[in-house]
Design a protein around this ligand. Structure first.
Ligand code: APR
Ligand code: PHB
Length: 390
């Protein structure tokens, strides 16, 4: 097989790039290790920056997002029994975010790829890129007993944190930065009415909690838990009781509970790999960087990579201009690190740190007080939450 761009990974990053390139007539193939059902079974955050939403529209995949997604112009931060509202719209020149699940984004992208006859191979095993520093790289994979080879001009590593792409970069070229947090998030999805029309980020001595949603009949809640906990430690009733304890009383009193339809624990990690280019392979999304979920930057950070990569490849193929490709890693990383800073800051502000000292807890308190008494601090939070410019 021969194509222009060989994309490893059929998550949101790989699919979005594939769709955008296809619309510009740039031939590409997506190689995904798992089945579509498996990919669509993963539940991830559900807050979209306006820039990401714009990219979905440009990819002609924004129709359902615009119809079913909810525009949120603010969210709450609860602490010490009270709720402060972060007015995103007021502090970011009328901007907002869209609450729409990442699973739905991925589904819309798959549907669009199907409609246009996009080439997406599922169950592509033992994927391996070769000759990345030459101008004729190729990728091999296996399906059952059959071996395949894809010759291409560029390889895109969009295969997530555990993928093969980043691991193909020699150790003396790649530098990895990592911070692991001493807790995880236990997430529950339930067919209940969300407790609040806007998200609530709850800081509490017992640990952080988040009230989010997928729609007006589907809620998504999280509580901070020790890394040693498993979902068996958290039967539904205990989850609801603990969530309630971490919310202001009036909010907890309105909490509608019900059976969980999904329950999982995710550890919190910050990670960046530099550079994001090796020869003719470009990394994008989780393959190159991870954020803790606080502030929902994961998919949005992947979105900015795809934006830069898409424009760089179009400039190359349409105008013979390689500036975008040459500067991709530097440009993408500049924004990636800003999202890292924001996610780290919000995580540090709102969580309870098991080894934390009294001094740090006082700083958290004063940081929150400063936030909600300073227009500049709120403007800073707002511009990061709705998404920094590309
Ligand atoms: N070969 C082929 N595909 C692979 C391989 C491999 N060796 N390893 C992983 N994959 C696939 C995974 O099965 C997955 O579907 O690559 C895809 C990567 O998707 P994601 O992990 O969703 O990463 P990305 O597309 O960059 O999305 C970023 O989604 O994962 C969330 O938190 C993340 O919100 C962020 C966003
Ligand atoms: C979610 O809805 O899953 C979600 C929302 C906001 C976050 C993290 C997760 O900051």
């Amino acid at each position: 097989m021969r194509t222009k761009v060989g994309i490893i990974g059929g998550g949101p990053s790989g699919l979005l790039l594939s769709q955008l390139l296809h619309l510009k007539g740039i031939d590409n193939i997506v190689l995904e290790k798992h089945s579509r059902e498996y990919v669509l079974g993963r539940i991830r955050a559900g807050v979209l920056e306006h820039g990401f939403a714009e990219l979905m529209r440009e990819a002609q995949c924004g129709e359902r997002m615009d119809r079913e997604g909810e525009i949120h112009e603010g969210f709450f931060v609860s602490h010490d029994g009270i709720k402060d509202r972060m007015d995103l719209s007021k502090y970011s020149d009328g901007n907002s975010v869209i609450v729409y699940g990442q699973t739905e984004i991925t589904k819309d992208l798959y549907d669009a790829r199907d409609k246009m006859g996009g080439k997406v191979v599922h169950g592509a095993l033992d994927v391996k890129p070769y000759d990345l520093t030459s101008d004729a790289p190729y990728i091999t994979y296996r399906q059952g007993d059959d071996l395949y080879r894809v010759d291409c001009q560029y390889v895109i590593g969009a295969d997530g944190f555990h993928g093969v792409s980043r691991k193909s970069i020699p150790k003396d070229v790649l530098k990895e930065y990592e911070k692991v947090y001493p807790f995880g998030w236990l997430g529950v999805l339930s067919k209940t009415k969300p407790v609040s029309p806007e998200l609530i980020y709850a800081k509490h001595d017992r640990g952080f909690a988040l009230c989010s949603m997928r729609s007006q009949i589907l809620s998504r809640y999280y509580i901070q838990v020790p890394l040693t906990d498993t979902t068996d430690d958290w039967p539904d009733e205990e989850f609801w009781a603990e969530l309630k304890r971490r919310l202001p009383e009036d909010v907890g009193a309105n909490l509608e509970t019900g059976p969980s339809i999904e329950k999982s624990i995710a550890p919190l990690r910050s990670f960046v790999a530099e550079p994001m280019r090796y020869g003719n392979m470009f990394l994008a999304g989780d393959a190159a960087h991870i954020v803790p979920p606080t502030g929902a930057r994961g998919l949005n950070s992947a979105g900015s990579d795809i934006y830069y990569l898409y424009h760089a490849l179009v400039d190359h193929y349409e105008n013979g201009d390689d500036t975008g490709l040459e500067t991709y890693s530097e440009k993408a990383l500049a924004r990636v690190w800003k999202a890292q800073r924001f996610s780290w800051w919000l995580t540090s502000l709102l969580h309870s740190f098991p080894e934390g000292i009294e001094y740090d807890r006082r700083l958290q308190d004063i940081d929150l007080e400063y936030l909600f008494t300073s227009d500049s601090a709120q403007a800073s939070l707002a511009e990061n939450y709705v998404g920094l410019p590309y």
